[in-house]
Every structure is written in C-alpha cells, then in structure tokens.
Design a protein around this ligand. Structure first.
Ligand code: SAH
Length: 453
C-alpha cells in the first residue's frame, strides 16, 4: 500500500473512464486528475487503498506534446468538463481507445482500431444546461458543481454552451438578486430556487427556460419575463416543482408560466417538439452524424418493421420511418412518448407507433403478440440493457441490432450477451458528442449469424 502524502515519480500510461490519468507506482494504480498519457510526473498520494490510490500531480517532469493551456478559467475547479488541459487529437484518441478496449476486453473482440466521429467544433455545442444555484454573503450565483461535491463554482461564461444560454442564467440571477428570491440550501432543505434548466434548439434557436423550485409559486414572474424576453429565441418559461431531498434535478410536476411549455428543433430533416422532461441529445451536429451512422448500419428496406427501444421523443424512430414499412418506438417517460406521437403527426409520418413502458417488458409483450421486427435499435441509458430486453431481443431474433450506447463498458457487456445468443459484431464506431468531457458515444451493429447480411 502506498503512503498518503508521500511523493513518487511515475509515468502516466492510460486514462480511466472518468478521464483521469492512470500511473502505476509499486504495482498500485494511481489516479491523477489533469494528467496526459505519456507524461513523467512527480505526484503526491492523497488517498491510499490496497489496490489503488488517488493522487495529484505536483510537477510535470516530461510534458506531453498534447498538453495545452486551459482556455476555460474555471476548468480546474468545475466538475463539468474533464479535458481542457489536452488537445483534441489526444481527447479523440483516448475516447476511441476506450471503446476499443471495452469491446476487446469485455466482449471478446479483437478490434485493432475503432473509428471516431470527431466534432468539428468543441465550443458552444451543448444545447442544454442545468445550473445549480447557491448564495454567499447575501449574493446569489449560479454555475456548476465542483467535481465530486455539491459546491457551486460560479461561472460567468461556460465555453461549451451557446452565449444565449449563459445570458438566460445571468437574466435569472439578476432577477433573483434584485427581488431577493431565496435559493435552495441542501443542508436545511429551505430556499426556493434549486436549478436553472435551459434548453436551446440548435437549429430553431428557440429557448426553453425551466426553473426548478422547492415550492409551487415563483414571485414577480412579470419581472423575470421582461428580462428573459430580451434574449433572442426565448420561447417558453416552465416551473418544475421539486420539493424532494436528493440529487434528482427535475421535479415531477411542471407548470407552464409562459409560452407553449416546449420548444421545437429540427434534426435529420424532421421537426421535433421537446418538453423539459424529454431526452434530447445535447450536441445537435454530432447527434445527427450518430443517427445517420445508425440508420446506414440498420440497412432497412421498405418491407421492414423496425423496433426502436428507448426512443425518447422518437428521433431515431422517425428518422428511420421513411425507409421502413413500419416503425415502433418504446419509451418509459410519458411526456417523451406524448412528444414522440406529436412529432410523428407534425412530420406527417403515418407508419409510426409509440408505446410507453419499460423497454424490456414492452419488447416481451410485443414478442408475445407476434411482432417480429427485422431490425431493432436500442439506445439505453448508461446502465445498458436489462435481462428482459436481452431475452426479448433473442426471442424476436431480428436480422440486425443497432446499439447506440453512452457507456462503452455496459455496451461491451451486452454485446457479449448478444454474441452468446447468436449475434456477431459487424461494426463499431465511436462518436464524440461531448467534447472536453469524458463521456463517449458508440454505435455498433450486430447481425444474426445465420443471416449475416
Ligand atoms: N433514442 C433517443 C433517446 C435516447 S436516451 C434519442 O436519441 O433521442 C435513452 C432514453 O431511454 C431516454 O429517453 C429515457 O427516458 C429512456 N429510458 C430509460 N429507461 C428506460 C426503460 N427502462 N425503458 C424504456 N425507456 C427508458
């Protein structure tokens, strides 16, 4: 076991899933924030366990050519991004490498390379922000949580957000400070405003502002609206009531205070209605490329029935509808299903059906009722597929399964299970939807072995 506070010298060889550097000291893995692979560093042990330790770089002895000066002034404090200290070449290399390693180690593949769809722009790409608020010495401010804490790091201008989004935050905080609106304190469970949630359509420019409150009423709404209406694109103001303790940002209840309560955006040539509760990929340009890749991999023909599990507002489902005979989407959030149904209508799509429910259970029910999709698309949250979904997939035996994933480790675990049930991995592509952040998306195509089309 290494000793706390002791200084060691080591070489950074790899990265964790969270984007920290990994170095080895006396056979023990040491995790180092703000490290770049290939660097020789002096490090201090902050926390020592039997098989691993957490450390901090105290001096860089040999600097990587990929290290860059941080453009974001709060990058070191803010828990929002992970990679302002390295260039984009290294960032995309490590993301592609992570996908490859997961598939090779956990799914028994022997891929030599996984291509990555790199983002053309790392700035201003995020179409959604959730700012927690806090107060100190009588002044309220908003920002993002410091990594691993609930301390709010104030941030005037977040470089991965569009300027309009930060302008909304500033307008809300101006109103909060002028009218002495109380801000939520986790420790006492008192105070009104918890989070400022902003979603902006990358193409439409429409802005939805949702204030998450520990209460039912927002005072002086007119004064808030007069500030928000100065921001180009401001479309709707919604109150989300969250009176529960805990980490969930949004509450269960939504009250529309101004406008329609949703915004619209265009993606893959279709128009989508987006409610606050509905999932929508945060990087418009890269999401479109990801979906285009998924659609190409699906190899759909006009006679095919396509089942899209975890469909959200029906983005992938509806983008596939014109090439398919029929598309069916399944999603657990009722508001998202309402959006999806409305989106089908809005785009004049008549061969789409949507069901609200758990993906695995709905898929099993569809299978029992005789539905035999030719292609299944799955796009689950980080935890991946559950046993029901895997079971339903193997019973339905679609020709192809296109798996869109936001966690390469659970993806690889699920690919291994699908391989045991008669599927083979045909291709894997990583996509960078979150420049400067450690998350990476992947899309893979699995084919049923007897058919291999
Ligand atoms: N394919 C969509 C959404 C992907 S995000 C898009 O790209 O826009 C994953 C979606 O799965 C979310 O909308 C989430 O609400 C939904 N979800 C989470 N758990 C689920 C479950 N058990 N069953 C069905 N849907 C689920």
């Amino acid at each position: 076991m290494l000793t706390k506070n002791q200084i060691y010298e080591a070489i950074v060889t790899d990265y964790t899933a969270e984007g920290q550097g990994v170095a080895h000291v006396e056979g023990c893995a040491v995790f180092l924030p703000n490290a770049v692979a290939g660097e020789r560093v002096r490090l201090r042990i902050e926390k020592a366990q039997k098989t691993w330790a957490a450390g901090k770089i105290v001096e860089i002895l040999e600097k990587s050519p990929h290290r860059v000066n941080r453009e974001c002034p709060v990058a070191k404090l803010c828990g929002g991004c992970d990679f302002w200290h390295m260039d984009y070449e290294e960032e995309t290399r490590l993301k592609a490498q992570r996908v490859k390693t997961c598939l090779n180690r956990l799914a028994g593949e022997s891929l030599t390379d996984v291509p990555i769809l790199a983002a053309p722009d790392c700035h201003g790409y995020r179409n959604k922000a959730q700012y927690p608020v806090a107060a100190k010495e009588g002044r309220a401010y908003a920002g993002f949580f410091r990594a691993g804490t609930h301390d709010v790091v104030e941030n005037r201008r977040c470089l991965i957000l569009p300027e309009e989004t930060d302008a909304v935050k500033d307008a809300v905080m101006d109103y909060v400070n002028q009218f002495r609106i109380s801000v939520y304190d986790e420790a006492t469970h008192k105070g009104l405003l918890r989070h400022i949630y902003v979603r902006r359509g990358a193409v439409s420019g429409q802005i939805l502002v949702c204030l998450v409150c520990n209460g039912e009423k927002l005072p002086k709404v007119e004064a808030l609206l007069s500030r928000l209406q100065k921001i180009p694109g401001f479309t709707t103001l919604v109150l989300s009531v969250n009176t529960k303790k805990g980490n969930a940002v949004l509450g269960e209840r939504f009250v529309t205070l101004f406008g329609p309560g949703y915004i619209e955006d265009t993606l893959c040539g279709l128009t989508f209605r987006l409610s606050p509760r509905s999932f929508y990929q945060v990087n418009h340009h890269q999401a479109q490329r990801l979906y285009e890749t998924a659609i190409a991999l699906a190899g759909i023909t006009k006679n095919d029935t396509v089942l899209d599990l975890y469909c959200g507002v029906g983005t992938i489902t509806l983008a596939m509808a014109s090439s398919a005979g029929k598309v069916i989407g399944v999603e657990v959030i009722p508001q998202a299903v309402e959006d999806a149904k409305d989106n089908a209508k809005r785009n004049g799509i008549e061969n789409a059906e949507f069901f609200c429910g758990d993906a695995g259970q709905a898929a099993l029910e569809l299978e029992r009722s005789g539905v035999r999709p030719d292609v299944v698309v799955v796009d689950p949250p980080r935890k991946g597929l559950n046993a029901d979904t895997i079971e339903a997939l193997s019973r339905m035996a679609p020709r192809r399964i296109v798996y869109v994933s936001c966690d390469p480790a659970t993806l690889a675990r699920d690919v291994a299970m699908l391989k045991q049930r008669g599927y083979a991995l045909q291709s894997a592509t990583a996509a960078d939807l979150f420049p400067k952040c450690a998350h990476v998306e992947t899309v893979v195509c699995l084919c049923r072995k007897e058919i291999r089309s």
